[in-house]
Design a protein around this ligand. Structure first.
Ligand SMILES: Cc1cc2nc3c(=O)[nH]c(=O)nc-3n(C[C@H](O)[C@H](O)[C@H](O)COP(=O)(O)O)c2cc1C
Length: 366
């Protein structure tokens, strides 16, 4: 396995690792941290074509980018071909270098508009959308999808010739049915079958939790790249470690200093972008990720929820990590059964539960 990248149309990715779009999560600060750790491509959170045409402030904020974020890839969702084509023109004028169409979001608020994964129930509409987008896009066009809406109805293998015929440059597959939401396991054998059915690059996505999963999934399926979502929350090193594993090198465990530095950097990027007052609220979630599985996390998080001042929050974060260092916790891996602070948080040491996250999704504007 190697770290060499691949082309999406005219755009060359430096390596096969991509940060997944996560609505309510992968804002610009999050994406920059992933980029700094080596992700070849990041994607905006999904942006409503209609919201974009209406010029809503929150929709426009989702399009914030930075010169480091090259190539700049915008994900659009919608169900009206003309709106999506117009949205594609707008984001290209704003510098988008790749446009991705969301054909995978199963969340009610999106699917009941006929958008996201609901397009898997209406191939004729999806075909019209792809035609309109292809005509409007001067840049590569990609699609992110699931296996299908539900078993027994059309699936992505039926869709592959349509995607190829309409000039889609690459496809990302999260191999679960839409009705599964995040239940069960992603079935990567479907990714292997899509690699055979679709002539362009296929990107596999779903349930990658450790760097070692990356070469294993790539070898198992022949995908050109992998997209990583939930495992990157509070863990941007999944990209640098993944590159090391692909290159056959051992990787360094994440030290406490690294963790503190990343959490502080995340906090400051948020404050620069949103102002320190707003950043404090957002950090309640962000610091939960960075303290996942660490001793004393419950008390730390309780304090984080109470604190309203950015400076005080930074000081509490530093103090928390100083305490961890003092008790000799190295930060290498998760706490041993004997918890030196007597209160390692056992409730969320795995990937975040999709149910809670859907709350975030539903809180988005349409
Ligand atoms: C909170 C949350 C938000 C998501 N938002 C999007 C989105 O905006 N666009 C999209 O295509 N997929 C979205 N997804 C799906 C992810 O991109 C990805 O396909 C899924 O989480 C599986 O990958 P993972 O196991 O690496 O997390 C979201 C998933 C979660 C948990």
């Amino acid at each position: 396995m190697s770290i060499s990248g691949f082309h999406i149309g005219s755009i060359r990715l430096a390596n096969p690792l991509i940060l997944a779009p996560l609505a309510g999560v992968t804002d610009l600060p999050f994406r920059l941290l992933a980029k700094e750790q080596g992700a070849a491509l990041t994607v905006t959170e999904m942006v409503s074509a209609r919201g974009l045409m209406e010029g809503g402030r929150r929709t426009l904020e989702l399009l914030d980018t930075h010169p480091l974020e090259q190539p700049y890839c915008v994900q659009l969702f919608g169900s009206v071909p003309e709106y999506l084509a117009r949205a594609a023109e707008i984001v290209q004028d704003m510098g988008a270098q790749i446009i991705d169409l969301n054909v995978g979001c199963p969340v009610k608020k999106v699917a009941r508009q006929g958008a996201g994964a609901a397009l898997l129930k209406d191939f004729p509409l999806l075909t019209r959308i792809l035609k309109a987008l292809r005509k409007a896009c001067r840049v590569p066009l990609t699609v992110k999808t699931r296996v299908g809406w539900r078993p027994g109805e059309g699936d992505v293998l039926d869709l592959a010739p349509i995607l190829a015929g309409e000039g889609v440059d690459a496809v990302t597959l999260h191999p679960r049915w839409a009705v599964q939401m995040f239940g069960g396991q992603a079935d990567w054998t479907k990714a292997a079958r899509l690699v055979e059915a679709f002539p362009g690059p296929v990107i596999g996505n779903g349930d990658i939790t450790r760097p070692e999963d990356i070469p294993q999934k790539m070898a198992q399926t022949g995908v050109a790249g992998v997209m990583i979502g939930r495992a990157a929350m509070g863990n941007p090193w999944i990209f640098s470690q993944g590159l090391a594993v692909l290159d056959g090198r051992p990787y360094e465990p994440v030290s406490l200093d690294d963790r503190l530095a990343a959490a502080l950097r995340h906090a400051r990027l948020l404050a620069d972008r949103e102002g320190s007052k707003h950043a404090v609220f957002r950090l309640r979630t962000v610091l939960m990720w960075y303290s996942r599985g660490l001793p004393g996390a419950t008390t730390f998080r309780r304090d984080v929820y109470r604190i309203k001042d950015f400076g005080e929050l930074e000081a509490r974060l530093e103090q928390y990590f100083e305490t961890l260092a003092r008790i000799g916790f190295t930060g290498e891996g998760f706490p041993e059964p004997e918890d030196p602070m007597g209160q390692a948080d056992q409730t969320d040491s795995s990937a975040p539960a999709a149910v809670g996250l859907e709350g975030d999704l539903c809180a988005m504007e349409p």
